[in-house]
Design a protein around this ligand. Structure first.
Ligand code: DOR
Ligand code: ZN
Length: 346
């Protein structure tokens, strides 16, 4: 039995830090042991331009703990109005790592998202030319498509076409949730990779309705049936280079989750790496955790691996029931549950 694992410092390739008072909680949580975090641009007013990203980055860095070297990696939000000049400026900035595609209306703060994906073809062409990564929220937002099918339909309706038309465009299919996505990514070429969240590895849709409706497990793309959960566990723990850590940690205050129309998103930064360790350990794949958490993402983004190491130890502890957030509180992922792994900080 492994009781101890030292690995290259991990990165988080997908997180929501929010803005203003939320940064007091989210930034130190992100900086606790990750080397870098890809920061999602879906603020109430989206991060659309290089200048928006520059200012947001400065606000984030004001909350970085004194002795920390953690770095926020910035992303711009694609809209119907994004221009080729925006793409050139993003590339030239040197600190914008990717562009994020949200289908309009598909999820939290996506009202300014893209209404017709085909219209972005000239933008994708430019991104391919300049080697700028495209991150996709891979769901169709279509009333006629069942919510549990939206990711698989997105692959068939859109992603296959985009891959054919822009074969050298680097794409990250974000927070994948289905067997179809895992298989499509695994079988695809080196220009396509995917992030996987802890909640989609730890839970399936039954957990969301265990004894009643559990709003703190509601996220988008929504949890799917257990066969999909199993396929995601298999993909992430396989040692494949195409899958990497992206927590999608997305805090919402308690009242906005426990509501007649609750927000989508799970906060997981209180135990992010520990959650993944739990899953990898359960399938005897701890030896593949370093690739998933610390290597595959950096290689896909063409960034150097982190220099330092961190250590996970088998040491049971209990996830807190709640965490202070923005003057109120939030309910963290797996609140009140026992977990076997803990990161030991130097
Ligand atoms: O569950 C989610 N929450 N999915 C998303 O795509 C957005 C995120 C958020 O910003 O809360
Ligand atoms: Zn997200």
């Amino acid at each position: 039995m492994i009781n101890h694992l030292t690995l290259i410092q991990p990165d988080d390739w997908h997180v929501h830090l929010r803005d203003d008072a939320a940064l007091i909680t989210t930034v130190p949580a992100a900086a606790r042991y990750f080397g870098r975090s890809i920061v999602m641009p879906n603020l109430k007013t989206p991060v659309r331009t290089v200048n928006d990203a520059l200012l947001y980055r400065q606000r984030i860095l004001q909350h970085r703990p004194k002795d920390s070297h953690w770095l926020p990696l910035m992303v711009l939000y694609l809209t119907d109005d994004t221009t080729k000049e925006d793409i050139s400026a993003a590339k030239k900035s040197g600190f914008v790592q990717a562009m994020k595609y949200y289908p309009a209306g598909a999820t939290t703060n996506s009202a300014s998202g893209v209404t017709k994906l085909e219209r972005l073809d000239p933008i994708f062409e430019k991104m391919q030319e300049l080697d700028l990564i495209l991150q996709m929220h891979g769901e169709v937002n279509d009333e006629n498509t069942d919510i549990f099918d939206r990711e698989a339909v997105f692959i068939d309706r859109h992603l296959r076409r985009i891959k054919e038309k822009f074969p050298e465009l680097k794409i990250v299919l974000e927070h994948i949730t289905t067997e179809q996505a895992a298989q499509y990514v695994e079988e695809s070429d080196r220009y396509l990779a995917a992030t996987i969240t802890p909640q989609h590895l730890l839970y399936n849709r039954n957990h969301m309705f265990a004894g009643g409706i559990r709003p703190h497990l509601y996220c988008l793309p929504i949890l799917k049936r257990d066969t999909h959960q199993k396929a995601l566990i298999k993909a992430s723990t396989s040692g494949s280079r195409k899958f990497f850590l992206g927590t999608d940690s997305a805090p919402h205050e308690l009242e906005t989750k426990e509501s007649a129309c609750g927000c989508a998103g799970c906060f997981s930064h209180h135990a992010a790496l520990e959650f993944y360790a739990e899953v990898f350990d359960q399938v005897n794949a701890m030896h593949h955790l370093e690739a998933f958490a610390s290597i595959n993402g950096a290689e896909f983004y063409h960034l150097p691996l982190n220099q330092s190491k961190i250590t996970l130890v088998r040491e049971p502890w209990t996830i807190p029931d709640e965490i202070p957030f923005c003057g109120g509180k939030l309910i963290p992922l797996a609140a009140g549950m026992n977990i076997n792994w803990k990161v030991k900080l130097p």
